[in-house]
Unconditional design. Structure first.
Length: 278
């Protein structure tokens, strides 16, 4: 499937060290050659303040011609605090946001004026009109904290109705999970682009840990395959698997692919180049 007519995007987290910051900018410059739609930047592992997100986005805007897309969460924040952050983003020229409910950072109390992401989406749309293109999260295999699949889909529906322009899924490994979710959205008349998010496979143990944290199901065949091959062959296996999965998703009609890079150039770059060479 030709990916050149589709959008690609890359996700990073804010580095904690100066060396990490230098490395990330080098990676971003390299990935810029692949003409992504945007670079998204999370809060960092384990939750943190917005400062690292802002600084990383500013560095990317200064060093590349790709739009930075900061993640923003309403949990633990007041409307005034969120407005202050958004005003800073407007002054910086940021045009995109990934809006999430988010997890409470360590040491932050439980109060929030935005207990759900749809309330934050609505606040941003009402306060800033269409200054920001808003992406929200989607969970084809259900959010791990959801009370039920139906309740999870209700939350997603609320985010779309609040004004979300698009959605990015949590990573998954079963194409059927995306197909089923997209079909359910179509039947519910939720007509926004839903971009599948994919994560690279470089290490069996870390893959199992990350999947467990977000509720992604790893097919038994992948686990069995990874147990059979040498450490140095895991990356090659992951490239082939994700290239095939990407092709299947794009052939189905996915609007593009969002890559969770884990702040690494490879194997993401090789996967995109492989898709474009077919």
């Amino acid at each position: 499937m030709e990916i050149n007519s589709k959008t690609i995007s890359f996700e990073f987290f804010p580095p904690k060290t100066d060396l990490g910051k230098e490395k990330l900018i080098s990676i971003a410059k390299n990935l810029e050659d692949l003409s992504p739609e945007y670079f998204s930047v999370t809060f960092g592992a384990g939750g943190s303040t917005q400062e690292g997100t802002l600084n990383t986005c500013l560095a990317m805007k200064e060093s590349t011609d790709i739009d930075p897309c900061p993640h923003i969460s309403g949990v633990g924040s007041t409307k005034q605090e969120i407005k202050s952050i958004l005003d800073t983003y407007v002054r910086a020229g940021f045009k995109r946001l990934v809006v999430l409910r988010g997890d409470l950072p360590s040491g932050v109390g439980g109060y929030s004026e935005f207990p759900y992401a749809n309330e934050l989406v609505e606040f941003i749309k009402n306060s800033y009109n269409n200054q920001f293109h808003i992406e929200v999260g989607a969970y084809p295999e259900v959010h791990p904290q959801a009370l039920s699949a139906d309740k999870d889909f209700e939350h997603f529906t609320n985010k779309v109705k609040a004004g979300a322009d698009g959605a990015i899924t949590q990573f998954f490994f079963l194409a059927e999970a995306y197909y089923d979710f997209a079909d359910r959205c179509e039947k519910a008349n939720l007509n926004i682009p839903i971009t599948p998010g994919l994560i690279t496979i470089t290490n069996k143990d870390s893959l199992i840990r990350m999947a467990g944290n977000c509720g992604a199901k790893i097919p038994n065949k992948i686990i069995e395959d990874l147990e059979k091959i040498n450490e140095e062959d895991i990356v090659k296996y992951g490239i082939e698997f994700l290239t095939n999965l990407s092709n299947d998703l794009l052939a189905f009609g996915a609007p593009g692919i969002h890559f969770y890079t884990i702040n690494q150039l490879e194997p993401t770059k090789t996967i995109v180049e492989s898709l474009r060479s077919e």
